[in-house]
Design a protein around this ligand. Structure first.
Ligand code: F6R
Length: 618
Protein backbone atom coordinates (compact mmCIF):
# COMPACT_ATOMS: atom_id res chain seq x y z
CA UNK A 1 0.00 0.00 0.00
CA UNK A 2 1.30 3.42 -1.02
CA UNK A 3 3.94 3.66 -3.70
CA UNK A 4 7.19 5.43 -2.95
CA UNK A 5 9.87 6.64 -5.36
CA UNK A 6 13.12 8.50 -4.69
CA UNK A 7 15.72 9.52 -7.27
CA UNK A 8 19.13 11.18 -7.34
CA UNK A 9 21.15 11.21 -10.56
CA UNK A 10 21.64 12.95 -13.86
CA UNK A 11 18.14 12.75 -15.39
CA UNK A 12 15.24 15.16 -14.85
CA UNK A 13 13.99 13.89 -11.49
CA UNK A 14 10.39 14.87 -12.17
CA UNK A 15 10.18 12.56 -15.21
CA UNK A 16 11.83 9.66 -13.38
CA UNK A 17 9.60 10.07 -10.34
CA UNK A 18 6.36 10.39 -12.32
CA UNK A 19 7.20 7.36 -14.47
CA UNK A 20 8.01 5.41 -11.29
CA UNK A 21 4.70 6.46 -9.75
CA UNK A 22 2.87 5.35 -12.89
CA UNK A 23 4.30 1.86 -12.38
CA UNK A 24 3.49 1.89 -8.67
CA UNK A 25 0.03 3.40 -8.88
CA UNK A 26 -1.51 -0.04 -8.28
CA UNK A 27 -0.24 0.29 -4.70
CA UNK A 28 -2.67 3.12 -3.95
CA UNK A 29 -4.52 5.77 -5.89
CA UNK A 30 -6.14 8.08 -3.33
CA UNK A 31 -3.66 10.88 -4.08
CA UNK A 32 -0.22 11.52 -5.55
CA UNK A 33 2.55 14.04 -5.03
CA UNK A 34 6.15 14.95 -5.81
CA UNK A 35 8.91 17.04 -4.23
CA UNK A 36 12.03 18.22 -6.06
CA UNK A 37 15.15 19.50 -4.31
CA UNK A 38 17.33 22.10 -6.05
CA UNK A 39 19.47 25.08 -5.06
CA UNK A 40 18.40 25.21 -1.42
CA UNK A 41 14.69 25.06 -2.31
CA UNK A 42 11.96 22.45 -2.41
CA UNK A 43 9.31 22.46 -5.12
CA UNK A 44 6.24 20.36 -4.36
CA UNK A 45 2.96 19.55 -6.00
CA UNK A 46 0.29 17.14 -4.78
CA UNK A 47 -3.27 16.27 -5.64
CA UNK A 48 -6.10 14.08 -4.39
CA UNK A 49 -7.20 11.34 -6.77
CA UNK A 50 -5.30 9.41 -9.36
CA UNK A 51 -1.87 10.20 -10.72
CA UNK A 52 -3.44 11.86 -13.77
CA UNK A 53 -4.65 14.69 -11.48
CA UNK A 54 -1.11 15.30 -10.30
CA UNK A 55 0.23 15.23 -13.85
CA UNK A 56 -2.35 17.83 -14.90
CA UNK A 57 -1.44 20.03 -11.91
CA UNK A 58 2.28 19.75 -12.70
CA UNK A 59 1.64 20.70 -16.33
CA UNK A 60 -0.17 23.89 -15.23
CA UNK A 61 2.02 24.70 -12.22
CA UNK A 62 3.21 28.28 -11.69
CA UNK A 63 6.09 28.54 -11.16
CA UNK A 64 6.83 25.53 -13.34
CA UNK A 65 8.85 22.66 -11.93
CA UNK A 66 12.59 23.40 -11.76
CA UNK A 67 15.13 21.21 -13.65
CA UNK A 68 16.03 19.22 -10.53
CA UNK A 69 17.86 15.92 -10.65
CA UNK A 70 16.80 14.89 -7.14
CA UNK A 71 13.23 14.17 -6.14
CA UNK A 72 10.72 11.99 -4.36
CA UNK A 73 7.15 10.96 -5.18
CA UNK A 74 4.23 9.13 -3.59
CA UNK A 75 0.93 7.48 -4.49
CA UNK A 76 -1.31 7.10 -1.44
CA UNK A 77 -3.72 4.56 -0.02
CA UNK A 78 -5.25 6.60 2.77
CA UNK A 79 -4.95 5.48 6.40
CA UNK A 80 -4.85 8.60 8.65
CA UNK A 81 -6.92 11.37 7.12
CA UNK A 82 -9.13 11.35 4.03
CA UNK A 83 -7.91 11.40 0.45
CA UNK A 84 -7.53 15.20 0.11
CA UNK A 85 -4.89 17.49 -1.42
CA UNK A 86 -3.84 18.49 2.07
CA UNK A 87 -3.31 14.93 3.27
CA UNK A 88 -1.46 13.94 0.09
CA UNK A 89 2.28 13.31 0.44
CA UNK A 90 4.97 14.71 0.41
CA UNK A 91 4.64 16.56 3.70
CA UNK A 92 6.98 19.48 4.21
CA UNK A 93 8.40 20.62 7.56
CA UNK A 94 7.25 24.00 8.85
CA UNK A 95 10.65 25.57 8.03
CA UNK A 96 10.34 24.36 4.43
CA UNK A 97 13.60 22.39 4.73
CA UNK A 98 12.47 18.75 4.58
CA UNK A 99 9.96 16.91 2.41
CA UNK A 100 8.98 13.40 3.41
CA UNK A 101 6.86 10.55 2.03
CA UNK A 102 5.65 7.56 4.00
CA UNK A 103 4.11 4.12 3.69
CA UNK A 104 2.76 2.50 6.86
CA UNK A 105 1.31 3.71 10.13
CA UNK A 106 3.18 5.65 12.83
CA UNK A 107 1.36 4.34 15.86
CA UNK A 108 2.63 6.90 18.40
CA UNK A 109 1.88 9.89 16.19
CA UNK A 110 -0.68 11.39 18.59
CA UNK A 111 1.90 11.76 21.35
CA UNK A 112 4.50 13.09 18.86
CA UNK A 113 1.96 15.60 17.55
CA UNK A 114 1.44 16.91 21.10
CA UNK A 115 5.18 17.24 21.53
CA UNK A 116 5.36 19.26 18.28
CA UNK A 117 2.47 21.43 19.46
CA UNK A 118 4.47 22.26 22.60
CA UNK A 119 7.30 23.41 20.28
CA UNK A 120 4.78 25.67 18.55
CA UNK A 121 4.54 23.59 15.39
CA UNK A 122 1.05 23.36 14.02
CA UNK A 123 0.23 20.43 11.76
CA UNK A 124 -1.43 21.25 8.47
CA UNK A 125 -2.73 17.76 7.67
CA UNK A 126 -4.55 14.95 9.48
CA UNK A 127 -1.82 12.44 8.63
CA UNK A 128 0.56 10.57 10.89
CA UNK A 129 3.32 11.22 8.33
CA UNK A 130 3.56 14.94 8.86
CA UNK A 131 5.03 14.51 12.35
CA UNK A 132 8.02 12.73 10.80
CA UNK A 133 8.72 15.69 8.47
CA UNK A 134 8.81 18.15 11.40
CA UNK A 135 10.82 15.82 13.64
CA UNK A 136 13.49 15.27 10.96
CA UNK A 137 13.71 19.02 10.34
CA UNK A 138 14.12 19.66 14.10
CA UNK A 139 16.91 17.08 14.30
CA UNK A 140 18.86 18.37 11.28
CA UNK A 141 20.62 21.30 12.99
CA UNK A 142 21.40 19.03 15.98
CA UNK A 143 23.39 16.67 13.76
CA UNK A 144 25.24 19.15 11.55
CA UNK A 145 22.73 18.84 8.72
CA UNK A 146 23.31 15.09 8.27
CA UNK A 147 19.94 13.95 6.86
CA UNK A 148 20.65 10.23 7.38
CA UNK A 149 21.54 10.81 11.03
CA UNK A 150 18.44 12.97 11.54
CA UNK A 151 16.36 10.16 10.02
CA UNK A 152 17.98 7.55 12.31
CA UNK A 153 17.26 9.66 15.40
CA UNK A 154 13.63 10.05 14.39
CA UNK A 155 13.18 6.38 13.46
CA UNK A 156 14.37 5.33 16.90
CA UNK A 157 11.40 7.25 18.31
CA UNK A 158 8.72 5.89 15.98
CA UNK A 159 6.46 2.93 16.70
CA UNK A 160 4.63 1.01 14.03
CA UNK A 161 5.36 0.20 10.42
CA UNK A 162 6.99 2.69 8.12
CA UNK A 163 8.98 3.32 5.03
CA UNK A 164 10.08 6.95 5.03
CA UNK A 165 11.92 8.72 2.24
CA UNK A 166 13.13 12.31 2.64
CA UNK A 167 14.91 15.10 0.79
CA UNK A 168 16.49 18.17 2.33
CA UNK A 169 16.49 21.48 0.43
CA UNK A 170 20.04 22.29 1.47
CA UNK A 171 21.49 18.88 0.42
CA UNK A 172 20.02 18.23 -3.02
CA UNK A 173 22.63 15.55 -3.76
CA UNK A 174 21.14 13.08 -1.27
CA UNK A 175 17.92 11.12 -0.73
CA UNK A 176 17.49 9.20 2.53
CA UNK A 177 15.17 6.26 3.17
CA UNK A 178 14.32 4.17 6.21
CA UNK A 179 12.32 1.02 6.66
CA UNK A 180 10.64 -0.95 9.41
CA UNK A 181 8.02 -3.55 8.44
CA UNK A 182 7.28 -1.80 5.13
CA UNK A 183 8.95 -2.36 1.78
CA UNK A 184 11.84 -0.33 0.33
CA UNK A 185 14.35 -1.44 -2.30
CA UNK A 186 17.34 0.39 -3.76
CA UNK A 187 18.08 0.60 -7.48
CA UNK A 188 21.72 1.07 -8.44
CA UNK A 189 22.38 2.69 -11.83
CA UNK A 190 25.32 4.36 -13.58
CA UNK A 191 25.72 7.69 -11.79
CA UNK A 192 22.21 7.47 -10.40
CA UNK A 193 20.39 5.76 -7.54
CA UNK A 194 16.76 4.98 -6.85
CA UNK A 195 14.59 4.15 -3.87
CA UNK A 196 11.20 2.53 -4.38
CA UNK A 197 8.52 0.38 -2.81
CA UNK A 198 9.24 -2.16 -5.50
CA UNK A 199 11.59 -2.62 -8.42
CA UNK A 200 8.90 -1.88 -11.03
CA UNK A 201 9.48 1.83 -10.33
CA UNK A 202 13.04 1.82 -11.66
CA UNK A 203 13.18 -1.26 -13.88
CA UNK A 204 13.39 0.84 -17.06
CA UNK A 205 16.66 2.37 -15.78
CA UNK A 206 18.40 -0.47 -13.96
CA UNK A 207 17.91 -4.13 -13.00
CA UNK A 208 20.57 -3.98 -10.26
CA UNK A 209 18.89 -3.76 -6.90
CA UNK A 210 19.61 -4.07 -3.20
CA UNK A 211 17.31 -5.58 -0.58
CA UNK A 212 17.16 -3.60 2.63
CA UNK A 213 16.76 -5.33 5.96
CA UNK A 214 14.54 -4.51 8.87
CA UNK A 215 15.29 -1.26 10.74
CA UNK A 216 17.78 0.12 8.24
CA UNK A 217 18.47 3.62 6.95
CA UNK A 218 19.87 4.14 3.47
CA UNK A 219 21.50 7.24 2.05
CA UNK A 220 21.57 7.29 -1.75
CA UNK A 221 23.66 9.60 -3.90
CA UNK A 222 24.62 9.62 -7.57
CA UNK A 223 27.80 7.69 -6.83
CA UNK A 224 26.54 5.13 -4.39
CA UNK A 225 24.62 3.92 -1.45
CA UNK A 226 25.33 3.66 2.27
CA UNK A 227 23.22 1.54 4.58
CA UNK A 228 23.22 1.52 8.39
CA UNK A 229 20.96 0.26 11.13
CA UNK A 230 18.93 2.76 13.18
CA UNK A 231 21.95 3.21 15.50
CA UNK A 232 24.30 4.14 12.66
CA UNK A 233 26.23 0.86 12.50
CA UNK A 234 27.11 -0.22 8.94
CA UNK A 235 24.60 -2.86 7.79
CA UNK A 236 24.97 -5.86 5.52
CA UNK A 237 22.77 -5.74 2.43
CA UNK A 238 21.88 -8.24 -0.24
CA UNK A 239 22.28 -7.20 -3.88
CA UNK A 240 20.14 -8.94 -6.50
CA UNK A 241 19.37 -8.66 -10.18
CA UNK A 242 15.78 -8.35 -11.33
CA UNK A 243 15.04 -11.19 -13.75
CA UNK A 244 12.34 -9.44 -15.78
CA UNK A 245 12.45 -6.25 -17.81
CA UNK A 246 10.32 -3.14 -18.19
CA UNK A 247 8.11 -4.71 -20.88
CA UNK A 248 6.84 -7.24 -18.30
CA UNK A 249 5.30 -4.34 -16.38
CA UNK A 250 3.60 -2.81 -19.46
CA UNK A 251 0.16 -3.64 -20.85
CA UNK A 252 1.77 -5.06 -24.00
CA UNK A 253 -1.14 -4.33 -26.32
CA UNK A 254 -3.91 -5.37 -23.90
CA UNK A 255 -6.52 -2.86 -22.74
CA UNK A 256 -6.09 -3.93 -19.13
CA UNK A 257 -3.29 -5.36 -17.02
CA UNK A 258 -5.79 -7.91 -15.74
CA UNK A 259 -6.48 -9.20 -19.25
CA UNK A 260 -2.77 -9.44 -19.95
CA UNK A 261 -2.15 -11.26 -16.68
CA UNK A 262 -4.99 -13.72 -17.32
CA UNK A 263 -3.46 -14.44 -20.72
CA UNK A 264 0.01 -14.93 -19.21
CA UNK A 265 -1.14 -17.81 -17.01
CA UNK A 266 0.03 -20.71 -19.18
CA UNK A 267 3.53 -19.23 -19.23
CA UNK A 268 3.45 -18.37 -15.53
CA UNK A 269 2.53 -21.97 -14.65
CA UNK A 270 5.20 -23.36 -16.99
CA UNK A 271 7.84 -20.99 -15.58
CA UNK A 272 6.98 -22.01 -12.02
CA UNK A 273 7.54 -25.67 -12.91
CA UNK A 274 10.65 -25.08 -15.05
CA UNK A 275 13.97 -26.34 -13.74
CA UNK A 276 12.44 -27.99 -10.70
CA UNK A 277 11.74 -31.46 -12.05
CA UNK A 278 14.67 -33.76 -12.84
CA UNK A 279 14.44 -36.15 -15.78
CA UNK A 280 13.92 -39.08 -13.42
CA UNK A 281 10.99 -37.27 -11.76
CA UNK A 282 12.90 -36.18 -8.66
CA UNK A 283 12.07 -32.70 -7.46
CA UNK A 284 14.86 -30.19 -6.87
CA UNK A 285 13.70 -27.18 -4.93
CA UNK A 286 16.81 -24.99 -4.88
CA UNK A 287 15.76 -22.52 -2.24
CA UNK A 288 14.43 -25.23 0.08
CA UNK A 289 16.80 -24.51 2.94
CA UNK A 290 14.99 -26.93 5.27
CA UNK A 291 16.78 -30.26 5.16
CA UNK A 292 15.07 -33.56 4.21
CA UNK A 293 15.82 -34.80 7.74
CA UNK A 294 13.92 -31.84 9.20
CA UNK A 295 11.06 -32.33 6.76
CA UNK A 296 10.76 -35.95 7.82
CA UNK A 297 10.12 -34.73 11.39
CA UNK A 298 7.22 -32.44 10.40
CA UNK A 299 3.93 -33.63 11.89
CA UNK A 300 1.65 -30.72 10.99
CA UNK A 301 1.46 -28.07 8.30
CA UNK A 302 -0.22 -24.69 8.72
CA UNK A 303 -0.76 -22.50 5.67
CA UNK A 304 -1.11 -18.77 6.41
CA UNK A 305 -2.19 -16.31 3.74
CA UNK A 306 -4.76 -13.65 2.85
CA UNK A 307 -7.40 -13.20 0.16
CA UNK A 308 -6.63 -14.99 -3.07
CA UNK A 309 -3.43 -16.47 -1.63
CA UNK A 310 -5.56 -17.96 1.17
CA UNK A 311 -7.77 -19.62 -1.44
CA UNK A 312 -4.63 -21.08 -3.07
CA UNK A 313 -3.70 -22.43 0.36
CA UNK A 314 -7.16 -24.01 0.72
CA UNK A 315 -6.69 -25.79 -2.60
CA UNK A 316 -3.22 -26.94 -1.52
CA UNK A 317 -4.59 -28.43 1.69
CA UNK A 318 -6.56 -31.04 -0.25
CA UNK A 319 -3.51 -32.06 -2.29
CA UNK A 320 -0.86 -31.99 0.43
CA UNK A 321 -2.94 -34.01 2.89
CA UNK A 322 -3.78 -36.50 0.17
CA UNK A 323 -0.17 -36.96 -0.92
CA UNK A 324 1.65 -36.78 2.41
CA UNK A 325 -0.94 -37.77 5.03
CA UNK A 326 0.32 -34.82 7.13
CA UNK A 327 -2.58 -32.80 8.63
CA UNK A 328 -2.80 -29.38 6.99
CA UNK A 329 -4.61 -26.37 8.44
CA UNK A 330 -5.22 -23.32 6.32
CA UNK A 331 -5.53 -20.09 8.31
CA UNK A 332 -6.35 -16.50 7.47
CA UNK A 333 -3.09 -14.80 8.37
CA UNK A 334 -4.96 -11.89 9.98
CA UNK A 335 -6.59 -14.26 12.50
CA UNK A 336 -3.75 -16.68 13.09
CA UNK A 337 -1.72 -15.18 15.90
CA UNK A 338 -4.73 -13.96 17.85
CA UNK A 339 -6.16 -17.40 18.55
CA UNK A 340 -3.24 -18.98 20.40
CA UNK A 341 -2.55 -21.56 17.68
CA UNK A 342 -0.83 -24.83 18.53
CA UNK A 343 2.57 -24.46 16.86
CA UNK A 344 5.76 -26.25 17.77
CA UNK A 345 9.17 -27.01 16.22
CA UNK A 346 7.71 -29.91 14.21
CA UNK A 347 5.16 -27.61 12.55
CA UNK A 348 5.88 -26.43 9.02
CA UNK A 349 4.23 -23.08 8.34
CA UNK A 350 3.74 -22.23 4.68
CA UNK A 351 3.28 -18.48 4.13
CA UNK A 352 1.82 -17.73 0.70
CA UNK A 353 2.09 -14.20 -0.65
CA UNK A 354 2.39 -12.73 -4.13
CA UNK A 355 3.85 -9.44 -2.96
CA UNK A 356 5.91 -10.83 -0.10
CA UNK A 357 4.93 -7.73 1.88
CA UNK A 358 1.41 -8.43 3.18
CA UNK A 359 1.58 -7.30 6.78
CA UNK A 360 -0.94 -9.84 8.12
CA UNK A 361 1.05 -12.70 6.59
CA UNK A 362 4.37 -11.26 7.75
CA UNK A 363 3.11 -10.96 11.32
CA UNK A 364 1.76 -14.52 11.21
CA UNK A 365 5.09 -15.92 10.05
CA UNK A 366 7.00 -13.95 12.69
CA UNK A 367 4.68 -15.35 15.33
CA UNK A 368 5.16 -18.88 13.98
CA UNK A 369 8.94 -18.53 14.07
CA UNK A 370 8.79 -17.22 17.63
CA UNK A 371 6.97 -20.46 18.55
CA UNK A 372 9.81 -22.46 16.97
CA UNK A 373 8.06 -23.49 13.73
CA UNK A 374 9.95 -23.66 10.45
CA UNK A 375 8.53 -21.29 7.84
CA UNK A 376 8.52 -21.82 4.10
CA UNK A 377 7.45 -18.89 1.92
CA UNK A 378 5.73 -19.24 -1.45
CA UNK A 379 6.29 -15.85 -2.99
CA UNK A 380 6.41 -14.02 -6.31
CA UNK A 381 8.61 -11.08 -5.37
CA UNK A 382 12.35 -11.49 -5.05
CA UNK A 383 13.83 -9.19 -2.43
CA UNK A 384 10.61 -8.84 -0.45
CA UNK A 385 10.28 -9.20 3.30
CA UNK A 386 8.34 -12.49 3.65
CA UNK A 387 10.91 -14.69 1.87
CA UNK A 388 13.74 -12.84 3.60
CA UNK A 389 12.30 -13.64 7.01
CA UNK A 390 11.43 -17.27 6.20
CA UNK A 391 13.58 -20.37 6.63
CA UNK A 392 13.03 -21.37 3.02
CA UNK A 393 11.39 -19.97 -0.08
CA UNK A 394 9.85 -21.32 -3.24
CA UNK A 395 9.42 -18.52 -5.76
CA UNK A 396 6.51 -18.50 -8.17
CA UNK A 397 7.72 -17.21 -11.52
CA UNK A 398 4.57 -15.35 -12.51
CA UNK A 399 6.41 -12.09 -13.35
CA UNK A 400 5.10 -8.77 -12.05
CA UNK A 401 1.39 -8.72 -11.26
CA UNK A 402 0.16 -5.14 -11.68
CA UNK A 403 -3.64 -5.47 -11.74
CA UNK A 404 -4.89 -5.20 -8.18
CA UNK A 405 -6.97 -8.37 -8.55
CA UNK A 406 -4.72 -11.39 -8.38
CA UNK A 407 -4.92 -13.88 -11.27
CA UNK A 408 -1.68 -15.47 -12.41
CA UNK A 409 -0.38 -15.36 -8.84
CA UNK A 410 -3.24 -17.67 -7.78
CA UNK A 411 -2.47 -20.37 -10.34
CA UNK A 412 1.26 -20.28 -9.67
CA UNK A 413 0.72 -20.36 -5.89
CA UNK A 414 -1.26 -23.58 -6.32
CA UNK A 415 1.48 -25.05 -8.51
CA UNK A 416 4.23 -24.07 -6.06
CA UNK A 417 2.29 -25.48 -3.10
CA UNK A 418 1.76 -28.72 -5.05
CA UNK A 419 5.52 -28.91 -5.63
CA UNK A 420 6.05 -28.54 -1.89
CA UNK A 421 3.52 -31.32 -1.25
CA UNK A 422 5.14 -33.64 -3.76
CA UNK A 423 8.60 -32.83 -2.43
CA UNK A 424 7.43 -33.74 1.06
CA UNK A 425 5.90 -36.96 -0.26
CA UNK A 426 9.20 -37.71 -1.99
CA UNK A 427 11.52 -37.06 0.95
CA UNK A 428 9.21 -38.76 3.45
CA UNK A 429 8.61 -41.74 1.20
CA UNK A 430 4.80 -41.34 1.19
CA UNK A 431 4.71 -41.96 -2.52
CA UNK A 432 6.75 -44.11 -4.85
CA UNK A 433 8.89 -42.27 -7.39
CA UNK A 434 6.66 -43.29 -10.30
CA UNK A 435 3.56 -41.99 -8.47
CA UNK A 436 5.23 -38.60 -7.95
CA UNK A 437 6.36 -38.68 -11.59
CA UNK A 438 2.80 -39.29 -12.75
CA UNK A 439 1.44 -36.31 -10.82
CA UNK A 440 4.28 -34.15 -12.11
CA UNK A 441 3.38 -35.23 -15.65
CA UNK A 442 -0.18 -34.10 -14.98
CA UNK A 443 1.11 -30.77 -13.70
CA UNK A 444 3.31 -30.34 -16.76
CA UNK A 445 0.26 -30.75 -18.99
CA UNK A 446 -1.51 -27.85 -17.29
CA UNK A 447 0.00 -24.87 -19.19
CA UNK A 448 -1.41 -26.28 -22.45
CA UNK A 449 -4.78 -26.91 -20.80
CA UNK A 450 -4.95 -23.38 -19.39
CA UNK A 451 -4.17 -22.18 -22.91
CA UNK A 452 -7.15 -24.16 -24.21
CA UNK A 453 -9.44 -22.49 -21.68
CA UNK A 454 -8.21 -19.07 -22.78
CA UNK A 455 -9.24 -19.90 -26.34
CA UNK A 456 -12.84 -20.46 -25.28
CA UNK A 457 -13.61 -17.59 -22.92
CA UNK A 458 -15.60 -15.51 -25.44
CA UNK A 459 -18.76 -17.32 -24.33
CA UNK A 460 -18.02 -16.39 -20.69
CA UNK A 461 -17.76 -12.73 -21.67
CA UNK A 462 -21.17 -12.89 -23.29
CA UNK A 463 -22.73 -14.46 -20.20
CA UNK A 464 -21.09 -11.82 -17.98
CA UNK A 465 -22.49 -8.98 -20.08
CA UNK A 466 -25.97 -10.55 -19.94
CA UNK A 467 -25.83 -10.89 -16.16
CA UNK A 468 -24.15 -7.57 -15.38
CA UNK A 469 -27.29 -6.11 -13.79
CA UNK A 470 -27.85 -9.01 -11.40
CA UNK A 471 -27.84 -7.81 -7.78
CA UNK A 472 -26.05 -10.92 -6.55
CA UNK A 473 -24.19 -14.01 -7.81
CA UNK A 474 -23.53 -17.21 -5.87
CA UNK A 475 -20.69 -19.66 -6.56
CA UNK A 476 -20.75 -23.26 -5.39
CA UNK A 477 -18.22 -26.10 -5.52
CA UNK A 478 -17.08 -29.17 -3.66
CA UNK A 479 -13.60 -30.38 -2.67
CA UNK A 480 -11.04 -28.20 -4.53
CA UNK A 481 -13.99 -26.64 -6.35
CA UNK A 482 -15.00 -25.00 -3.05
CA UNK A 483 -11.98 -22.66 -2.80
CA UNK A 484 -12.39 -22.01 -6.53
CA UNK A 485 -15.97 -20.89 -5.78
CA UNK A 486 -14.67 -18.60 -3.03
CA UNK A 487 -12.10 -17.17 -5.44
CA UNK A 488 -14.74 -16.57 -8.12
CA UNK A 489 -16.88 -14.69 -5.60
CA UNK A 490 -13.92 -12.63 -4.34
CA UNK A 491 -13.03 -11.55 -7.89
CA UNK A 492 -16.59 -10.45 -8.52
CA UNK A 493 -16.83 -8.50 -5.26
CA UNK A 494 -13.59 -6.63 -5.74
CA UNK A 495 -14.06 -5.82 -9.43
CA UNK A 496 -17.81 -5.59 -10.05
CA UNK A 497 -18.64 -4.26 -6.52
CA UNK A 498 -21.57 -6.63 -6.26
CA UNK A 499 -22.77 -9.11 -3.72
CA UNK A 500 -21.18 -12.47 -4.45
CA UNK A 501 -20.64 -15.43 -2.19
CA UNK A 502 -18.93 -18.76 -2.51
CA UNK A 503 -20.24 -21.85 -0.74
CA UNK A 504 -19.34 -25.46 -0.31
CA UNK A 505 -22.17 -26.89 -2.38
CA UNK A 506 -23.20 -29.31 0.37
CA UNK A 507 -23.69 -26.40 2.78
CA UNK A 508 -26.40 -24.75 0.70
CA UNK A 509 -29.15 -26.82 2.26
CA UNK A 510 -27.98 -25.77 5.74
CA UNK A 511 -29.03 -22.17 5.16
CA UNK A 512 -27.76 -20.30 2.12
CA UNK A 513 -30.25 -21.95 -0.24
CA UNK A 514 -32.79 -19.51 1.22
CA UNK A 515 -31.01 -16.78 -0.76
CA UNK A 516 -32.00 -18.30 -4.09
CA UNK A 517 -34.76 -16.50 -5.89
CA UNK A 518 -36.05 -16.42 -9.44
CA UNK A 519 -33.28 -15.62 -11.91
CA UNK A 520 -30.40 -15.45 -9.41
CA UNK A 521 -27.16 -16.49 -11.17
CA UNK A 522 -25.45 -19.45 -9.52
CA UNK A 523 -22.05 -20.51 -10.86
CA UNK A 524 -21.39 -24.19 -10.27
CA UNK A 525 -17.90 -25.73 -10.42
CA UNK A 526 -18.46 -29.33 -11.45
CA UNK A 527 -15.68 -31.81 -10.72
CA UNK A 528 -14.56 -34.36 -13.27
CA UNK A 529 -17.04 -37.23 -13.74
CA UNK A 530 -14.10 -39.63 -13.81
CA UNK A 531 -12.31 -40.83 -10.69
CA UNK A 532 -14.19 -39.38 -7.74
CA UNK A 533 -17.58 -39.68 -9.41
CA UNK A 534 -19.41 -39.52 -6.04
CA UNK A 535 -18.28 -35.92 -5.81
CA UNK A 536 -19.55 -35.31 -9.32
CA UNK A 537 -22.90 -36.94 -8.71
CA UNK A 538 -23.45 -34.97 -5.52
CA UNK A 539 -22.89 -31.67 -7.24
CA UNK A 540 -25.19 -32.61 -10.10
CA UNK A 541 -27.87 -32.98 -7.43
CA UNK A 542 -26.96 -29.58 -6.02
CA UNK A 543 -27.35 -27.94 -9.45
CA UNK A 544 -30.82 -29.44 -9.68
CA UNK A 545 -31.70 -28.19 -6.20
CA UNK A 546 -30.83 -24.56 -6.99
CA UNK A 547 -32.44 -24.69 -10.40
CA UNK A 548 -35.64 -26.07 -8.92
CA UNK A 549 -35.76 -22.89 -6.81
CA UNK A 550 -35.42 -20.57 -9.80
CA UNK A 551 -31.64 -20.07 -10.05
CA UNK A 552 -30.08 -19.34 -13.41
CA UNK A 553 -27.18 -21.79 -13.52
CA UNK A 554 -23.79 -21.20 -15.10
CA UNK A 555 -22.11 -24.57 -15.04
CA UNK A 556 -18.34 -24.94 -15.38
CA UNK A 557 -17.87 -28.55 -16.45
CA UNK A 558 -15.40 -30.78 -18.17
CA UNK A 559 -15.51 -31.20 -21.95
CA UNK A 560 -17.66 -34.27 -22.65
CA UNK A 561 -19.57 -34.23 -19.34
CA UNK A 562 -23.13 -34.40 -20.70
CA UNK A 563 -24.81 -35.24 -17.40
CA UNK A 564 -24.99 -31.55 -16.37
CA UNK A 565 -26.38 -30.25 -19.66
CA UNK A 566 -30.08 -30.57 -18.75
CA UNK A 567 -29.59 -28.41 -15.65
CA UNK A 568 -27.32 -25.73 -17.14
CA UNK A 569 -28.72 -22.43 -18.38
CA UNK A 570 -25.20 -21.65 -19.55
CA UNK A 571 -22.33 -24.07 -19.84
CA UNK A 572 -18.63 -23.23 -19.73
CA UNK A 573 -16.32 -26.02 -20.82
CA UNK A 574 -12.86 -26.76 -19.40
CA UNK A 575 -10.47 -29.47 -20.60
CA UNK A 576 -10.58 -32.81 -18.76
CA UNK A 577 -8.02 -33.09 -15.98
CA UNK A 578 -7.62 -34.92 -12.67
CA UNK A 579 -9.63 -33.46 -9.78
CA UNK A 580 -6.63 -31.88 -8.03
CA UNK A 581 -5.57 -30.12 -11.25
CA UNK A 582 -9.02 -28.75 -12.00
CA UNK A 583 -8.64 -25.43 -10.11
CA UNK A 584 -5.93 -24.47 -12.60
CA UNK A 585 -8.48 -24.50 -15.42
CA UNK A 586 -11.81 -23.80 -13.71
CA UNK A 587 -10.62 -20.55 -12.08
CA UNK A 588 -9.77 -18.96 -15.42
CA UNK A 589 -13.37 -18.48 -16.70
CA UNK A 590 -14.30 -17.00 -13.31
CA UNK A 591 -11.52 -14.42 -13.64
CA UNK A 592 -12.76 -13.52 -17.12
CA UNK A 593 -16.36 -13.40 -15.84
CA UNK A 594 -15.50 -10.87 -13.12
CA UNK A 595 -13.33 -8.79 -15.43
CA UNK A 596 -16.02 -8.59 -18.09
CA UNK A 597 -18.80 -7.81 -15.60
CA UNK A 598 -16.74 -4.97 -14.12
CA UNK A 599 -16.01 -3.65 -17.61
CA UNK A 600 -19.70 -3.82 -18.49
CA UNK A 601 -20.46 -1.77 -15.38
CA UNK A 602 -17.84 0.80 -16.39
CA UNK A 603 -15.50 0.14 -13.45
CA UNK A 604 -11.76 0.62 -13.39
CA UNK A 605 -10.78 -3.05 -13.49
CA UNK A 606 -7.07 -2.62 -12.80
CA UNK A 607 -7.60 -0.21 -9.92
CA UNK A 608 -10.84 -1.11 -8.12
CA UNK A 609 -12.16 1.34 -5.56
CA UNK A 610 -10.90 1.30 -1.96
CA UNK A 611 -8.27 -1.34 -2.72
CA UNK A 612 -4.54 -1.39 -3.31
CA UNK A 613 -2.07 -4.08 -4.13
CA UNK A 614 0.39 -5.20 -1.46
CA UNK A 615 -1.43 -4.60 1.80
CA UNK A 616 1.26 -3.35 4.13
CA UNK A 617 -0.96 -2.40 7.07
CA UNK A 618 -2.73 -4.76 9.48
C1 F6R B 1 -7.50 -10.45 -4.50
C2 F6R B 1 -6.15 -10.09 -4.03
C3 F6R B 1 -5.89 -10.10 -2.57
C4 F6R B 1 -4.49 -10.69 -2.28
C5 F6R B 1 -4.18 -10.58 -0.78
C6 F6R B 1 -2.85 -11.19 -0.46
O1 F6R B 1 -7.56 -10.41 -5.89
O2 F6R B 1 -5.29 -9.75 -4.81
O3 F6R B 1 -6.87 -10.80 -1.89
O4 F6R B 1 -4.47 -12.01 -2.70
O5 F6R B 1 -4.17 -9.22 -0.42
O6 F6R B 1 -1.82 -10.58 -1.15
P1 F6R B 1 -0.39 -11.25 -1.25
O7 F6R B 1 -0.52 -12.47 -2.08
O8 F6R B 1 0.47 -10.20 -1.91
O9 F6R B 1 0.04 -11.55 0.15
Amino acid sequence: MCGIVGYVGHRPALDVVISGLRRLEYRGYDSAGVALAIDGELWTEKRAGKLANLEAAVAEAAPPPPPATTGIGHTRWATHGGPTDRNAHPHVSSDGAVAIIHNGIIENFAELREELAREGIELLSETDTEVAAHLVALELPRCAGDLAEAMRRVCRRLNGAFTLVAVDASRPDVVVGARRNSPLVVGVGEGESFLASDVAAFIEFTRDAIELGQDQVVEVRREGVEVTDFDGNPAEVTPFTVDWDASAAEKGGYDLFMLKEIAEQPKAVADTLRGRIERDGTLRLDDMRITPAELREIDKIVVVACGTAYHAGMVAKYAIEHWTRIPVECELASEFRYRDPIIHPRTLVIAISQSGETMDTLMALRYAREQGARVLAICNTVGSTIPRESDAVLYTYAGPEIAVASTKAFLTQIVAAYLVGLYLAQVRGNKFGDEVRQILDELEEMPAKVDLVLDTVEGVRKIARELADSPSVLFIGRHVGYPVALEGALKLKELAYMHAEGFAAGELKHGPIALIEEGMPVVVIVPSPRGRSVLHDKIVSNVQEVRARGARTIVVAEEGDESVVPYADHIVRVPPCPTLMQPLVSTVPLQVFACEMATAKGHDVDQPRNLAKSVTVE
